[in-house]
Every structure is written in structure tokens, then in C-alpha cells.
Write a protein that binds this ligand. Structure first.
Ligand code: PAF
Length: 283
């Protein structure tokens, strides 16, 4: 696996991979890799001749007082996981490389970037979109892979790729869960044992909604009420949002017959977790 630490090195690697191979997939990450990231890599490997992974803990997508400093970093473990997963090149730039001094250009994600996580984490999606735009420019992939778990991030990036005519295709990969239902997240490692048990409330709330939908419920309000009823059963949990929205606009839906995103975010102690369920159009 090639290790590239500057944009110039990555450009050279991209040219070499492109010459030797045909298509290039990019899996952007912030490291602390788990089976969810590895599933993105394995899907990328089936769809491309070469795969580049990036590791960059992006300071501009963390707000003041958030966990930027504490965010788990384990470069050696990540490096071996990526090498074993068959990644061709790892792009692991420094902060100065990605955000050079005097940088004044950012991607404005508009109203869309102020919804869901964008409401509780102001500026988060501006930071995500700016760094993903840079990664797409530097790596020049044919396809870029993201997990469905970050559903609002998907909506924002899909819009950015469309609005700014990025040639890359954005590929959304399914959520990977522990056997008890907890969605994999690098932040799960912050959870104490009792919090780990409480964290299951996110997937339980989504399962309850899934059951209501299977019984024929189509009213957004009824599904929202069900989410809040589940969350109300655990005093350790503080809901950030629990909502039923259009997966593209992230605006609330009254009726889910034409598909919907059921999205939840909750604080378990000091750890904020997110999860979601994508409902297809009803036949
Ligand atoms: O989903 C993530 O891990 C990050 O938001 C991303 C896409 C790597 C941008 O920093």
C-alpha cells in the first residue's frame, strides 16, 4: 500500500494507479476504523480497479467544545487494517496540508446544511463539504463511498456533487450493526458498559417504527410520536432529534408513502450517537 502525506504525493499516486488500473474508488474516513469502514472498502474494491482510503480528522467539522481533541486516533492499527483490506493507497495528510494557512474558501451548504445534525452542530456540514470537496479534487476518484449511517451527510454531499458538477459518483453503503443492533461508530468506544446498554435505544426506536410501518402506519406524526415514546423510557438518554424527513431535503414529512428517512440522534451521557432507517416508497 502506498502512503501519501501530501496532495502532491497523492496526485502522483493517482496518476500511477490510473495508468496501471482503470477506475479509482475513494473511501474518505476520519480513522478509528471499524467493520463499517471495512465494508465500504470491500464494496469499493468490488466496483473499482484501485481503491484509495483517506484518514483525516477534520478540525473544521467539529464545533467549539466538541470532541476534536479526544476523537480516537490510532494510525498504526488503521494502517494495518487498510493494508489487509487490500487498499492500494492511503492518503493521510496533515492539517496544514488540507487547510493551509490563509485558506479562505469554504463550501457553503445552504439551508440544507442547517438541518438535522446541521441544526445541533452549526457549521458541521460546511466543514464536511469543504474537506470532501478537497479530497475529491486531490484523489480524483470515479466513485466515492459513504455510509448510510450519516444520512444527513449523504444528503448534503449528494447535493454538493450535483451542484458543483463533481465527476465522481457518490455511492451509499448500508449501515453495519453489532449483533444486538447498535450501529457501528468510532464514538461507540466512548461508551461505559451501562451507556452501551442504553445506546441500544436508538435501534430499538427505529425497529418500533419499522413495525408500525409494516402494520400500515403512514403518518409522519404517529411515527415521530413512537420514536419519542421509546426514548422516554430511558432517563440516561437525551434526544437531540427524532424525526421523519425527506431523505433529499431533510424537511419533515406528513406522510411516508413516497419514502422517508427516519433519523435519530441522542446523547448517551456525553456521547452523541446517530442512527436511521430509510423507508422505500410504498407499493
Ligand atoms: O463521515 C466521516 O467520517 C467524515 O465526515 C468524512 C466524510 C470523512 C469527512 O471528514
Amino acid at each position: 500500500m502506498l502512503l501519501c502525506q501530501t496532495a502532491a504525493e497523492m496526485h502522483d499516486a493517482y496518476r500511477a494507479l490510473r495508468n496501471a488500473e482503470h477506475t479509482l474508488g475513494l473511501v474518505p474516513t476520519m480513522g478509528a476504523l471499524h467493520a463499517g469502514h471495512l465494508s465500504l472498502i470491500s464494496i469499493a474494491r468490488t466496483q473499482n480497479d484501485a481503491v484509495v482510503a483517506s484518514i483525516f480528522v477534520n478540525p473544521i467539522q467539529f464545533g467549539p467544545g466538541e470532541d476534536y481533541e479526544a476523537y480516537p486516533r490510532d494510525f498504526d492499527a488503521d494502517y494495518s487494517k487498510l493494508e489487509s483490506a487490500g487498499v492500494h493507497a492511503l492518503f493521510a495528510p496533515s492539517v496544514a496540508e488540507m487547510l493551509p494557512r490563509g485558506n479562505t474558501t469554504f463550501v457553503d451548504t445552504g439551508e440544507l446544511g442547517t438541518r438535522l445534525d446541521g441544526a445541533s452542530r452549526p457549521g458541521h456540514f460546511r466543514g464536511v463539504a469543504t474537506i470532501v470537496a478537497r479530497l475529491l479534487h486531490i484523489v480524483q476518484p470515479d466513485r466515492a463511498y459513504f455510509g448510510q449511517k450519516d444520512a444527513a451527510q449523504i444528503a448534503v454531499l449528494r447535493r454538493m456533487v450535483r451542484d458543483l458538477n463533481f465527476p465522481a459518483h457518490l455511492i451509499v453503503c448500508p449501515i453495519v450493526r453489532e449483533s444486538d443492533g447498535l450501529a457501528l461508530s468510532s464514538r461507540n468506544r466512548y461508551l461505559a458498559p451501562d451507556e452501551r446498554r442504553s445506546a441500544l435505544i436508538l435501534s430499538r426506536a427505529l425497529n418500533a417504527v419499522q413495525q408500525l410501518v409494516e402494520q400500515g402506519e403512514t403518518r409522519g406524526e404517529a411515527l415521530r410520536a413512537s420514536l419519542l415514546n421509546t426514548f422516554a423510557t430511558d432517563p440516561l438518554v437525551r434526544v437531540d432529534y427524532a424525526t421523519v424527513v425527506d431523505p433529499d431535503t431533510l424537511l419533515p414529512l406528513d406522510d411516508i408513502s413516497h419514502g422517508a428517512l427516519i433519523a435519530v440522534a441522542a446523547w448517551i451521557g456525553t456521547t452523541r450517537l446517530i442512527d436511521n432507517l430509510l423507508l422505500p416508497t410504498r407499493a
